[in-house]
Design a protein around this ligand. Structure first.
Ligand code: SIN
Length: 484
């Protein structure tokens, strides 16, 4: 079914301590567009996962002892191999996740960009020199790797979510055990194959596919050899992991749910706002944490914005990600499909109007029509919860204060977007919106050079950028005394 130039990238074993290991049990991975089985992958139990943790723990001093430049060279080689094999990696990703092939290809380059970025940063894990507080004292601050990192990542970006965690971890001298989503383990295993070819030493990067999500999560939190957990996923699971880590005061980085507002003011360039909304809402069929979940259009442009948005949404082609014409793939599974259906029917039952789409797609399966709904109110499910699907709910508002109050009325604070041509309004809004990331006149904010992360219940820590290594290092202060 897959037409890979390098078939060895499709792995079914676990990658433990530099070797491929087949477990006694396996689970099947399916293509969400067709329902066809793609592969059977080793299903590790907690004891197997401990082998990986032990290997990472043994390898960590050796890896940390390398110079930044040595680690940088290996990371750079890994990046180059990912780019060289981008076509194959994209095929594997589309097959297991469903996003259109061009988007999958974009994700591979996006993932690789984190490895490139942190390969460069590996040489710049700087400390500090602080003027001493007494004449005979000298103060120096160094940054050291936290140790072994346990990572838990979701299915929506099966490559990039791992890349942007493992790259800073390895850059600073941590070792890593990755538990990818059981829905999309193949991209992670392909990354491991390329890490192996790049010469990343045994034990430094391990991939532990497993359907025992809760047990593996608990093991990561409770195993004393793991120094830090990094997680991308739901706020519900993030809270459980944080609680489990509390006992050992274990470090956690959490990239959790969002409920991003997307605000279009009367003075906005409406055409640009429509294009921004298409990207912010419909990228990955609406299955991103930074997706615009609530669109607020000011009264003066509301009707024009809705008309133009609905026209453009009608141009999307829904289908199998392997077909050239496809711009919107399937939802990942039946539960995701049912949630989207429930959000639309709840809104309609409470008085909303469907302007485009609104139903399961005639293709059947997990395909849903790209949808625009108007007349949204705050009591509707789609205004409170992440829809995680191709549904654009549009609310009407009158004033800046109303927009801020609606936008901030959420326990989440990951991303926010707005469109305006007024510079004063841009600054005021950017400062007032409660979000870790704000897109101003753009619907696409993700890049390796900027800090990705949220406030409120959207998480802790930042990924990417010069700040991205902070969560993987400890500061140590050295006080030199008796200097005459
Ligand atoms: C996410 O959905 O968590 C990641 C989206 C991105 O990096 O753009």
């Amino acid at each position: 079914m897959l037409d890979l130039k390098c078939p060895d990238l499709l792995r079914s074993g676990a990658y433990l301590n530099g070797s491929w290991v087949e477990a006694s049990q396996a689970f099947d991975v399916y293509n969400p567009a067709t329902g066809q089985k793609i592969a059977s992958v080793s299903d590790l139990c907690v004891e197997d996962v401990r082998i990986a943790i032990n290997a990472a723990h043994r390898a960590q001093p050796m890896w940390a002892a390398k110079t930044g430049k040595e680690r940088a060279i290996l990371l750079r080689r890994w990046h180059d191999l990912m780019v060289e094999h981008a076509d194959d990696l994209a095929q594997i990703l589309t097959a297991e996740m469903g996003k259109p092939l061009t988007e999958a290809w974009g994700e591979i380059l996006y993932g690789a960009s984190f490895i490139e970025w942190f390969a460069e940063e590996a040489k710049r894990i700087y400390g500090d020199v602080i003027p001493g507080h007494q004449a005979d004292k000298r103060i120096v601050v160094i940054r050291q790797p936290v140790g072994v990192v346990g990572s838990i990542t979701p299915w929506n970006f099966p490559n990039a979510m791992i890349a942007r965690k493992v790259a800073p971890a390895l850059a600073v001298g941590c070792t890593f055990v990755a538990r990818p989503s059981e829905l999309t383990p193949l991209s992670a295993l392909a990354m491991a194959e390329l890490a192996h070819r790049a010469g990343i030493p045994a034990g430094v990067f391990n991939v532990v596919p497993s359907t025992a999500a809760a047990e593996v999560g608990r093991e990561f939190c409770e195993n004393e050899k793991i120094a830090k957990i990094t997680f991308t996923g739901s706020t519900r699971v993030g809270k459980i992991l944080m609680q489990q880590c509390a006992f050992q005061i274990k470090k956690v980085s959490l990239e959790l749910g969002g409920n991003a507002p997307f605000i279009v003011f009367d003075d906005a360039d409406v055409d640009a706002a429509v294009e921004g909304a298409l990207i912010a809402k419909f990228r990955n069929a609406g299955q991103t944490c930074v997706c615009a979940n609530r669109i607020y259009a000011q009264a003066g442009i509301h009707d024009e914005f809705v008309r133009k948005l609905s026209d453009r949404v009608g141009e999307f082609t829904v289908g199998d990600g392997f077909q050239d014409v496809t711009s919107i793939g399937p939802l990942i599974n039946k539960a995701a499909f049912r949630k989207v259906e429930a959000h639309v029917s709840d809104a309609v039952a409470k008085g909303a109007t469907v302007e485009a789409g609104g139903k399961p797609h005639p293709l059947g399966g997990q395909f849903f029509e790209p949808t625009v709904i108007t007349g949204m109110t705050v009591d509707m499910l789609a205004s409170r919860e992440e829809t995680f699907g191709p549904v654009a709910p549009v609310f009407k508002f009158k004033s800046d204060d109303e927009a801020v109050s609606l936008a901030n009325d959420s326990e989440f604070g990951l991303a926010a977007y707005f469109y305006t041509r007024d510079l004063n309004r841009a600054w005021r809004m950017a400062e007032r919106l409660q979000a870790g990331m704000v897109g101003i006149n753009t619907g696409l904010i993700s890049t390796e050079v900027a800090p990705f992360g949220g406030i409120k219940q959207s998480g802790l820590g930042r990924e990417g950028s010069k700040y991205g290594t902070d969560d993987y290092t400890e500061l140590k202060y050295l006080c030199f005394g008796g200097i005459s």
